[in-house]
Design a protein. Structure first.
Length: 421
């Protein structure tokens, strides 16, 4: 599910709380404004970065398991056990040196992180900046920060019996994780941003598939570069890379895997082969992360060209009688651009080549009833009948009546003047 759909299902009290928490909105905003404000904050890379930096295990396992699932959701039943098992696996891997085994580079970073946690458990802006500089200077990947939180030195800050409940509650309260119809899930349109903040190139199943395109020699070079054992079959080498959460970008940039070899991978997965090594690496990552190596590009859908009842002028007058949030609802329903002036939004609707009936059907029956009241038309009937009555009004109205409607739209007090959502 998309973030906008999940927020739409959220109660007004919870929306008010989210708006106050994320945007410090003191006044009670209309529901459309609340939705827009909260959605803007949750889509912010800066917000997600600051928020995740201040979460602790098992938040990382919660997010990774959901990111790895096919539709970014898992059954709520058994989810706690799966998260705790993954968190324990990471703790054991770190403790045994299977993860983060280059202690000389990480010791200083771990001490600074420990000090930041010791102060008040919260990593403030200055501490986050210091940690960012250290990661850059010590060549510590973003994902290694979150893995490092599982180190024995840092477990005292989070390893309590209620850790899972605390972290899941925090993620749900922030509007990042949702529970719907027996499933725990992430908004699908936040996935890319969450991966970027965590420093994860793609899901582990996708990474495993990508490594399958590499040769024994390629995998040997990659494991050697991260100082991991290089023996075993191809499948064992892939298992080792995935278990250690070595990111595909790191693997593909290994010196022993040259540009020509990467171009061979491009040919095998059906991606373009041109460009520098960095460009080819980016293309491979995007191609495999999107699953385009296993799914052929679908045939482009035929252009939409639905029959309309109204001329462009009468179409414009009809949709000018809608408020901004009503226009935004229709535009969102068909994944059309929602920003811009009201005239630009109506132009977008016209250019979509969809019939008036199709567009108005995106509104609720109550919205259509309100529209008919604005037009001084009878409001009874089903949703389809209400939509058709509004369309017929503009189809048969005289020029004089249309001029009256146009004048009403132009009036500053016009109820149809909704502005930009």
């Amino acid at each position: 599910m998309r973030l906008a759909d999940l927020l739409t299902e959220t109660s007004l009290d919870d929306l008010d709380r989210l708006a106050h928490e994320h945007a410090r909105a003191e006044e009670h905003l209309p529901r459309p404004d609340l939705l827009q404000t909260i959605e803007g904050v949750l889509r912010s890379h800066r917000f997600l970065q600051e928020y995740f930096l201040n979460r602790q295990p098992p938040t990382f396992s919660i997010l990774v398991l959901l990111l790895d699932s096919e539709d970014y959701s898992l059954p709520a039943a058994g989810f706690r056990d799966a998260v705790l098992a993954e968190t324990e696996r990471l703790c054991q891997a770190v403790e045994k040196g299977e993860l983060l085994d280059r202690d000389d580079q990480l010791r200083v970073y771990r001490r600074v992180l420990y000090q930041a946690r010791s102060n008040d458990m919260v990593i403030d802006v200055s501490e986050a900046s210091i940690l960012g500089v250290l990661r850059q200077e010590l060549e510590i990947a973003q994902v290694e920060h979150f893995l490092l939180e599982h180190h024995p030195d840092l477990r005292e800050f989070w390893r309590q019996n209620e850790a899972f409940a605390r972290e899941l509650h925090a993620l749900r309260s922030a509007g990042i994780v949702y529970v719907r119809e027996g499933k725990t899930l992430l908004p699908e349109d936040l996935v890319k941003s969450i991966r970027q903040v965590l420093g994860i190139d793609m899901s582990r199943p996708s990474a495993r598939r990508l490594y399958g395109y590499l040769t024994h020699h390629d995998l040997h070079e990659a494991l050697a570069a991260v100082r991991a054992p290089t023996s075993g079959s191809k499948e064992e080498k892939i298992d080792r890379l995935v278990a250690r959460m070595v990111q595909p970008r790191v693997v593909l940039r290994v010196r022993g895997i040259g540009l020509e070899r990467l171009r061979e991978v491009c040919k095998e997965i059906g991606a373009a082969v041109s460009g520098s090594k960095d460009e080819v690496v980016d293309r491979i990552l995007a191609h495999v992360a999107a699953g385009r190596d296993i799914l052929r590009e679908p045939e482009p859908a035929p252009p939409i060209q639905e029959d309309r009842s109204l001329s462009e002028e009468r179409f414009r007058l009809l949709f000018s009688r809608l408020r901004g949030h009503e226009l935004a609802t229709i535009l969102a329903q068909f994944d059309l651009r929602r920003w811009g002036t009201k005239e630009q939004q109506i132009r977008t609707l016209w250019d979509s080549h969809r019939a008036e009936t199709t567009l108005l059907n995106a509104l609720s029956s109550t919205d259509l009833e309100v529209l008919l009241k604005r037009l001084d038309l009878k409001t009874r009937g089903s949703k389809v009948e209400r939509a058709q009555r509004a369309i017929e009004y503009f189809a048969i109205a005289s020029e004089e009546a249309l001029r009256t409607v146009s004048a009403a739209i132009s009036s500053p007090d016009s109820p149809g003047d909704g502005g930009t959502p």
